[in-house]
Design a protein around this ligand. Structure first.
Ligand SMILES: Cc1cc2nc3c(=O)[nH]c(=O)nc-3n(C[C@H](O)[C@H](O)[C@H](O)COP(=O)(O)OP(=O)(O)OC[C@H]3O[C@@H](n4cnc5c(N)ncnc54)[C@H](O)[C@@H]3O)c2cc1C
Length: 308
């Protein structure tokens, strides 16, 4: 893709629509900067429940559902574009200079931004033993980024929800991949012809072996060997360290400085992904701090380029 066919570049891309991501996007927009909110397949998925929230100042007693609706109304009132796709990979744009920004892969689309705010919450499902060690060496989360690498080869596709059905079907249809689908949920699976479904078994361990990656199964097919050229994993969320190279973590949380900048310059983080307390008020506050820090960085970069 050359510069003329590249999508436009936003000032800030926010990843994750919870209280932190919504707050970050609204605050970027209020500063007159362009922003896109990459919200995952279900925006506000972690707060949209009937549970009572009684400690978010100014709201009295509210529910997760009401809070999600209020955040959604605010986003549309200030005209923040919301993309309902999960981000599966972020890489540096251009030559990788600090001012070149980032490319974010989400579904079939790519988005470009000069700066990024990660507001992905905490992972609800833990990773599979061996998964993180094999990242980029036989484990992938992104059909758009990595599907073609396995054209005509064998892939085990581990999926924690129905969105994985489209991704696995795309692997089979677009890249001629021989797909074994390992669903970790029950449904009427809607998959492309030729995709083999192995329901009722869970992946317990991933390991490199001669000939590819071995998935050790538990449950119905425990003990059966399952080896493929690669394993793709589809969950609601992707661990931030798998999204972007260079992020340091402390346990499940991203390491950030006082301005909520992560260990990757130009990438900020807010909300539960930065650590406890896991609370709405802290998430909203950090969303604002991260947004203002991102805007300030962009201003500083512009001043340097202009020689101010
Ligand atoms: C049952 C329950 C009750 C709670 N009660 C309270 C309470 O009373 N008071 C209180 O203050 N807090 C409460 N909390 C905690 C509060 O909901 C969280 O602290 C808050 O939602 C954190 O906001 P966040 O924006 O950081 O993350 P989240 O709300 O977790 O939002 C993150 C979003 O990012 C999405 N995402 C993740 N990865 C990606 C990706 N790669 N691409 C795109 N999107 C992605 C996720 O799917 C999710 O929708 C409660 C939580 C639960 C579960």
């Amino acid at each position: 893709m050359n510069e003329t066919t590249m999508p436009p570049r936003y000032d800030v891309a926010v990843v994750g629509a919870g209280p932190a991501g919504a707050s970050a996007a609204i605050n970027v927009k209020n500063r007159g900067r362009s922003v896109v909110l990459l919200a995952g397949q279900i925006p506000f998925s972690h707060i949209s429940g009937p549970h009572l929230i009684a400690n978010f100042a100014g709201f009295g007693e509210t529910t997760g559902e009401e809070l999600a609706a209020a955040l959604g109304r605010h986003l549309s009132a200030v005209e923040v574009p919301v993309v309902t796709e999960k981000v599966t990979r972020i890489v540096r744009d251009g030559a990788g200079e600090p001012t070149d920004g980032f490319v974010l892969f989400a579904g079939d689309e790519i988005h470009r931004a000069r700066s990024v705010v990660l507001a992905t919450g905490v992972l609800l499902e833990g990773s599979i033993e061996g998964e993180e060690d094999l990242l980029g060496q036989g484990v992938s989360y992104c059909v758009t980024c990595d599907g073609r690498l396995f054209a005509g080869r064998r892939v085990v596709f581990i999926s924690y929800g129905p969105p994985g059905e489209d991704e696995a079907s795309e692997l089979a249809d677009a890249f001629g991949v021989e797909v074994t689908y390992l669903p970790q949920y029950e449904a009427d699976y809607r998959l492309a012809a030729g995709v083999r479904v192995l329901a009722g078994s869970r992946p317990e361990r991933l390991a490199r072996v001669d000939g590819g990656v071995q998935v050790t199964l538990g449950g119905g097919r425990a003990g059966e060997p399952l080896v493929a050229d690669a394993v793709f994993v589809s969950r609601e969320a992707v661990a931030p360290t798998a999204l972007l190279d260079g992020l340091e973590t402390d346990g499940p949380h991203l390491v950030v400085d006082g301005r909520l900048q992560t260990t990757v310059p130009g990438v900020f983080a807010a909300g539960d992904c930065t650590g406890e307390p896991y609370q709405v008020a802290k998430a909203v506050g950090q969303g604002q701090v991260a947004a203002l820090a991102a805007v300030r960085l962009l201003r500083e970069q512009t001043e340097v380029v202009a020689g101010v």
